[in-house]
Structure formats: structure tokens, C-alpha cells
Design a protein around this ligand. Structure first.
Ligand SMILES: C[S@@+](CC[C@H](N)C(=O)[O-])C[C@H]1O[C@@H](n2cnc3c(N)ncnc32)[C@H](O)[C@@H]1O
Length: 206
């Protein structure tokens, strides 16, 4: 392992705390990738019906480098508890929060607003521009997304112009946005998986 890489891995868990660049001078060349606040906005959550899908949106957001998820629609304390439990066990500082007024949140956000929609511009054509942003909200729908989202969006972005899934669209978008560097994140959790080619190895810290 070369020196930069060692420092990179040692400090990666600080990313979620926003401290990575203050503590580690070796990160300058990665600044473009990681010095971005990513907030996922889950639009129109419906309790029960979107139970699993919204949880999966949150899991993907957390695992692939977003710092928080906010959601609107029906408030769902069970969803919030399940997301908090994952962060508590598996580490990082990922948070979930309910906002009834999602347009208010978007309008007061001092960053860019990306709306993932099959009708938008192909992600591959807009990525370099989006990568220059310091803060972004990424909206994914569940029930039909209102026209207001298309109008408010700085970027209406498609991940192919075919209908598929908000979970898949979010995963591809986050990975492309961060050039797969988020795959190296170390969450520093109570539970850590020791990758192995056979079976399940989990290190549990009390
Ligand atoms: C499963 S879709 C559509 C839901 C359906 N209209 C309904 O009424 O239940 C939900 C979300 O997935 C995302 N999505 C689906 N296909 C997409 C694509 N090709 N590109 C980007 N996002 C996509 C969008 O964010 C969309 O709002």
C-alpha cells in the first residue's frame, strides 16, 4: 500500500463528519470527488406501500456517500428508527429527517437541486458540470413527482431514458458523481465486515 493510499484509508471515516480536509493534507487531489455535501430527497413517501423502497433509498444513499436523507409525504417513525439503527450499528453520521414542506427545503438550500427523472438529460452529458457543485440535493420520486420539481430543478437528469427504479437511478448517479471513490469509504461502525471469498466475517466492537 503506498503512503497516500494508507493516509486515505486511515482518514476516510472522517469524511462523514466533514473533517476530512482539515485533518488530512493528502486529500487535495480528491477534493473534487469528496468535498461535496450530498442530500437525498425522497419525494412522496407512503407508509406501508413505500416501506421497503424508501428504506432501500436510504441504505443506498448512506452506503454510497450521501450525508443525509430527507423525505416528505407521510411521516414514518418506523422508517426513521430503522435508518438510525443501521447508522448506529454500521457507522458514519448519516441522518434522516422528515420535511412536510419539501419545496421550502429546496428553496432554502444553498446548493444545486438535481431531480432524477427518466425524462431528463442523460447523466453522462451533465456530470462534469454537476461535479463542480459544493452541495447538492438529489430528488428521487415514489408517487408521481409534480411539475414543480421539474421547474425548481437546476438539473433534470436521467439514468437512461427508460423507466426503472429510484433505487437503481440513485445508485448509478451517486457512483458516477463520485467516480466510484465512495466504494472505498470506511464507516468506522460497531460492526465491520471483513471481506472474504467464502462465508460471513463480521468484526463487532462493543
Ligand atoms: C419508479 S419511478 C415511477 C413511479 C411511478 N410513476 C408511480 O406512480 O408509482 C420513481 C422514481 O424513480 C426514478 N427513476 C425511474 N426511472 C428513472 C430513470 N430512467 N432515470 C432517472 N430516474 C429514474 C425517478 O426519480 C422517479 O421519480
Amino acid at each position: 500500500m503506498n503512503r497516500d493510499r494508507g493516509v486515505f484509508e486511515k482518514h476516510l471515516h472522517l469524511f462523514g463528519q466533514g473533517k476530512i480536509f482539515q485533518t488530512c493534507p493528502y486529500f487535495n487531489r480528491l477534493r473534487i470527488v469528496f468535498d461535496m455535501e450530498i442530500v437525498v430527497l425522497r419525494y412522496g413517501h407512503r407508509k406501508k406501500r413505500d416501506d421497503r423502497a424508501s428504506m432501500h433509498v436510504a441504505l443506498v444513499a448512506r452506503a454510497l456517500g450521501a450525508q443525509r436523507i430527507i423525505y416528505c409525504g407521510q411521516k414514518d417513525s418506523e422508517l426513521e428508527e430503522r435508518v438510525k439503527k443501521v447508522t448506529n450499528e454500521w457507522g458514519g453520521n448519516f441522518t434522516i429527517e422528515y420535511f412536510e414542506d419539501w419545496t421550502g427545503f429546496v428553496k432554502s438550500f444553498d446548493g444545486s437541486f438535481v431531480h432524477l427523472t427518466m425524462y431528463g438529460n442523460p447523466v453522462q452529458n451533465k456530470l462534469e458540470e454537476i461535479k463542480t457543485q459544493k452541495k447538492i440535493i438529489v430528488l428521487v420520486g415514489s408517487q408521481k413527482v409534480p411539475g414543480e420539481a421539474y421547474e425548481l430543478a437546476d438539473y433534470n437528469i436521467s439514468v437512461t431514458n427508460q423507466p426503472h427504479s429510484e433505487i437503481a437511478a440513485l445508485a448509478v448517479f451517486l457512483d458516477r458523481l463520485q467516480d466510484s471513490k465512495e466504494l472505498e469509504l470506511n464507516f468506522g461502525g460497531k460492526k465491520t465486515i471483513i471481506p472474504s471469498s467464502m462465508g460471513k466475517k463480521v468484526k463487532v466492537c462493543k
